[in-house]
Design a protein around this ligand. Sequence first.
Ligand code: NAI
Length: 246
Amino acid sequence: MRLQDQVAIITGGANGIGLAACERFAQEGAKVVMADFDDKAGNKQQQILRDKGYDITFIQVNVADRESVNQLVSNAVEAYGGIDILVNNAGITRDAMLAKMDPADFQEVLNVNINGVFNCTQAVLPYLLEKGKGKIINTSSVSGVYGNAGQTNYAASKAAVIGMTKSWAKELGRKGINVNAVSPGFTRTAMVENIPEKLVAQMSSMIALQRLALPIDIANAYLFLASSESDYVQGHVLQVDGGIMM
Ligand code: NAI
């Protein structure tokens, strides 16, 4: 058990990569707070995972809203007595080419993907400092590292995630807190489900491993960065993209 009795908050935990991470962490003995805006999926997945015998609590949150985040963190601490791991996985896209991008969509993506990560980390930090250790894992993207046409807002937000990761790694290392990021490649979740299979085949041909990621591929990277196996890894952006860019 690589996370025995560790308390982990996983944002965006009700679907896709976050959901795979909730199950994977619980399999390794973690007590998992599945934090998500989507209460329908959250309640359903909480039940499914509890039926499998896992210690999971769904708490509804809007990561872009500081009050909601503070409530999440105090409910998590009340339920489990503390926090050891935060996975800032919640994220959204509102894609459009630059000429057509609605400024409201630009701002909304920044609100969730940047402010959300900032809000959750700031709210959890006192509990990690109290323990003198902890793990913060942020989710970037290949778009944040290399840019992507049609994703001005998303690429900007995911590049910002890397900036925050490296700044916090420097700031919090001396406090015993590891801060790292995962940069997933294209992953088979709702985020890419509307892409036609023909395009998926084209995308796959550009990937060294010749396939899109599965949510579990990314969840396993989160697990490594949440476990003691990565205790000397700091400020790293772990690309889990099948070798799409090298
Ligand atoms: P998804 O759309 O399947 O799941 C995202 C989850 O975040 C959903 O459950 C949604 O309800 C939740 N969420 C959205 N806004 C929220 C908010 N304001 N407050 C709380 N929860 C909120 O997406 P997926 O693919 O699982 O993505 C997870 C992370 O991985 C995201 O940060 C995404 O940007 C990143 N990523 C995904 C890639 C992909 O190809 N699927 C590629 C690179 C990065």
